[in-house]
Design a protein around this ligand. Structure first.
Ligand code: PGA
Length: 247
């Protein structure tokens, strides 16, 4: 089985109910995309978006979950709660969560276990800072983030990996094709060494993906799709990326 192609949108802390009009437009423009399409809006919009997308190919996900299934954790959201309101996926270990909330690899691993137990696909993010790249630490760091963040129970059905260089997120800067290829080849090797179906995990690239650079990025070996921030907010932009991936 080849890895599934996935165009994933991460709305971050952007969007209100009015933004769901973008979903209507996306569904109208791409009623039957030849790749998987996922949008992860703010948690308060997951239910409404999932209802809006019902009967379509669009999947909806969360941007984080707690490692526990319930309890006294004010402001947190359990994986089972996301699942209950229609989510199929959850982004975990995004660099903004790692930086803003001090999430460690062990935290991400525990959250991924909760996601799997709830029946959600975990979209686990890894990526180096600019200082780490400049210090020549990128490949070692990605290997250790993968080892520490991806739980033993992961497989190609319940887990997607996103490589997102921190310095490329929201900056308009992207790595060279060679830099992306090097990291994706490493991720494929590490997953294949650890998991029987490691060759089948979908590996996304994320960081300043837009319609104008998507086709070039999708042509790189072991890039099976993208995790898209800013360009996922508008149906026209995200649609261009879907078209590039489905081509
Ligand atoms: P960006 O964000 O596409 O706006 O660079 C990507 C991400 O953080 O997932």
């Amino acid at each position: 089985m080849a890895p599934r192609k996935l165009a994933a949108g991460n709305w971050k802390m952007n969007g209100t109910l009015a933004s769901l009009a973008e979903i209507d437009q996306l569904l109208a423009d791409h009623p039957a995309p030849a790749c998987d399409v996922l949008i992860c809006p703010p948690a308060v919009l997951v239910h409404a978006m999932a209802q809006r997308a019902d009967g379509s190919k669009l999947m909806v996900g969360g941007q984080d979950c707690h490692a526990k299934t319930s309890g006294a954790h004010t402001g947190d959201i359990a994986a089972v709660e996301l699942k209950d309101v229609g989510a199929s996926h959850v982004i975990l270990g995004h660099s903004e969560r790692r930086a803003d909330h001090g999430e460690s690899d062990a935290d991400v691993e525990a959250k991924a276990q909760a996601a799997h137990a709830a029946g959600l696909v975990a979209v686990i993010c890894v990526g180096e800072t600019e200082a780490q790249r400049d210090a020549g630490q990128t490949l070692d760091l990605i290997a250790s983030q993968l080892a520490g963040s991806v739980p033993a129970g992961a497989n190609a059905q319940n887990t997607v990996i996103a490589y997102e260089p921190v310095w490329a997120i929201g900056t308009g800067r992207t790595p060279t094709n060679e830099q992306i290829a090097e990291v994706h080849a490493l991720m494929r090797d590490k997953l294949s060494a650890r998991f029987a179906d490691g060759a089948d995990f979908s590996l996304l690239y994320g960081g300043s993906v837009k319609p104008s650079n998507a086709a070039e990025i999708f042509a790189i070996a072991h890039v099976d799709g993208a995790l898209v921030g800013g360009a996922s907010l508008k149906a026209a932009d995200f649609g261009g990326i879907i078209s590039a991936l489905a081509a």
